[in-house]
Design a binder for this molecule. Sequence first.
Ligand code: ZN
Length: 658
Amino acid sequence: MNFRFTLLAIALVAGSAVAQSATPSYVFPNYRNAAQADADCKALIASARADEKRLQAGQATTLLAELDGMNRRYEDIVGPLSLLNAVHPDKAVRDAADACDLGYQNFRNSFLQNPKIYALLKQVKPADDIDARLLRDTLDAFEDAGVALAPARQARAKKLSNEITRLGQLFDRRIRDDKTRVAFAPAELDGVPAEALKDRKRDATGRYVFGLDYPSYDAIIENATLGATRERMWRAFQSLGGTANLKTLQQLGQLRREYAQLFGLESYADFAMRRRMAGNAAAVQTFLGTVKDAVAQREVADLGLLREAKARDLKQSLESTTLNRWDLTYYTFSERRNRFQLDAEEFRTYFPPQASLDFVFRVAGQLFGVQFEPLHQALWHPDAQSFEVRDVASKKVLGTFFVDLYPREGKYNHAAVWSFRNPSTLVNRTPAAGLVVNFNRQGLNIDELETLLHEFGHAMHGLLSNTRYATQGGTNVQLDFVEAPSQMLEDWVYDARVLALFKEVCPSCKPAPDNLVERASKARDFAKGIAVARQHLYASYDLALYAKDAPEPMATWQRMEGATPLGHVKGSMFPAGFSHIATGYASGYYGYLWSLVLAEDLRTAFAADKLSSEVGMRYREQVLSQGSQQAPAQLMRNFLGRETNSDAFFKSLNRHND
Ligand SMILES: [Zn+2]
């Protein structure tokens, strides 16, 4: 029996908006089986139905706060389950979390079509700018769900929404539950670090068995000297999700196009872009065109350098050397060694995982005046950890942070943060967020430390937000702004003064030598043309998929990847594993590049000192704490004291250190 949720369920029936206890630290619910999740979920939907009845007979004056209360109750149950969906060792619990989310989304899709509540919303007189923004966003949500459509279209919209949620879950589940294994004989593993083989399973013939988790994949793709070994691993990775997912992706494209057409729009990209910073698909196309112009030549030059490196390595003529996709990472790493004397593996001894986590906490302490204290909660797996986040000055608990560092079967295979619980000053509610990565237990290389800081940036956005309404909390911002606070921090790991903080959290750790960091900082720009061009391809492909013709995904990918300098590799099916564009980032992948423009501009305020607590505290107050209470452009203006621009982004794009 889940004690915590039993208490909550009683509070829900009473319809109380102030069910929070006085202690703001959040206790993560301990789900031992799927039945517990099902029961909590049923209670949630029953209470949401009761809420709907009450609200439609109520008044406009309290409506915004009441809707936020419903949102909080949703977060209380579906929030932790959404994290467990990615990390719980028991597949039945992960599936129950999917079912719960699907059930609630189905309820929500019809709730947002409730004409009585919509009519009441239109009578709301906002008290101030924060209320006005929430009201506008809420009206948008109702209208985007089809509340103002004719009845037949409305019914179709609801059906389509439910089906889109179901198919998105199916797409992710096929990736998460993938059990592909790739086995290599010892002779095939030349160059792979001994640490990566140490505790690895071997099959009956003595071959080492690799899964498709990042530490396994990276160990091969970055280090295996034999092209055939890298190729086999690369091909397995490119098949993640399989042909079934390609079909699902096509259905998603068609359903989303039909959805947009119900609103008289030609494409889903047009539909989605109306609610983003960019405003419309044409603005995004123009932006992507400018990026392409800036990076095209550099990409070709970078590929030329890697091809030369391969020819040298194999002691063959340049003319007879073909650079393949599975060569890119390997020769980028080997050229970083040759040109900058930079061995990525060397970092692992300096950045042990736990010390790396303490290090990012220390960075946040310096910049944002916060501290992290370990909690000892019983969580979903012994590897998972919990921390209380406190404001150093006031000692107030600001939020609760969960971390899950290492790969295991059935766990989400990328790096991400679930900002699953948002704050509300109305009810003294503190936020909670869960950070999920898949690190090598031996230590991090500098790219992985960058990943950790990126994800930690998302967590800070959630945990340091301090909004009136949970609906506007933390990372609930426009999709093409959400990556900016995380991307901003990536840069911090290349600063020797920042890295010196490692000493304070891990006196026994050997400090990374200054000149190593300097070399890493220079090496970082090497082959950047290839990396940015790839991001450009992903963003353009995502837009093409959600354009008015909703094309067949694989043929479109073949054509678009085929037009790049390295072309398309027959038999590979990258889109089958491209979760972003099937689910939350549909026609939003460009947001990574769009946000990067903002991130680079945000960094300019820290140019003189990346550890400035004066600038850091101002950033916390003017950007992070605001969530979506103000438009992103306004947050940027408040913090920078001027309009945001793309100067820093293009300057960085054109920077060379070789
Ligand atoms: Zn991110």
